[in-house]
Design a protein around this ligand. Structure first.
Ligand code: SF4
Length: 182
């Protein structure tokens, strides 16, 4: 397929003619970012096993440009939290988030990461959004790989439509301030 046709199929709003195409920089960057996400899998328990399946040949997250996992927060732009997060682990998760460069996004995969799940106890964090902002929640205990892929697609849509100025806007700064994050 011709490169221009490939871009057209991604619904990039643009003006085209013979041998040229003009589009908004923000849209082009959104398109590139959304198809080259580098996830950091923060997997602590069973939901992590579902993610392993999501990476395997049957479900193949590579189809969405996300096969390059990062185990260093400095080279990741999507934090995928999968599993029960004990309160003791909270500061470590937060440190990982803080070490990621902007722009960064977060998915809470499964009931435990989203709300504490079945572990309504003194030792378990009742949802990671108590310590870091979350962009997409994936329900289920455990969520099937299809649901994890759906969460990644939702993140792709968010990224594609996000203004490149969003991270400098007061609303975003207020969001981070609410979490006491610099
Ligand atoms: S949501 Fe269910 S499957 Fe996922 S980590 Fe919690 S208990 Fe395990």
């Amino acid at each position: 397929m011709h490169q221009l046709d490939k871009i057209k199929t991604q619904n990039l709003e643009s003006h085209q003619g013979e041998g040229f195409m003009v589009a908004k920089l923000s849209d082009a960057i959104g398109l590139a970012r959304s198809n080259s996400i580098w996830p950091l899998p923060f997997a602590t328990s069973c939901c992590g096993i579902e993610f392993m399946s999501t990476m395997g040949p049957n479900y193949d997250l590579a189809r969405f440009g996300s096969e390059r996992l990062s185990f260093s927060p400095r080279q990741a732009d999507l934090l995928m939290v999968m599993g029960t997060i004990a309160k003791k682990m909270g500061p470590i998760l937060r440190k990982v988030y803080e070490q990621m460069a902007e722009p960064r996004w977060v998915i809470a995969v499964g009931a435990c990461a989203s709300s504490g799940g079945i572990f309504d106890t003194y030792s378990v964090l009742q949802g990671i959004d108590r310590i870091i902002p979350v962009d997409v929640y994936v329900p289920g205990c455990p969520p099937r790989p299809e649901q994890i892929i759906d969460g990644v697609i939702k993140i792709q849509e968010l990224i594609k439509n996000e203004s490149i100025r969003r991270r400098d806007m007061p609303e975003y700064k207020h969001l981070l301030e609410a979490y006491n994050i610099d």
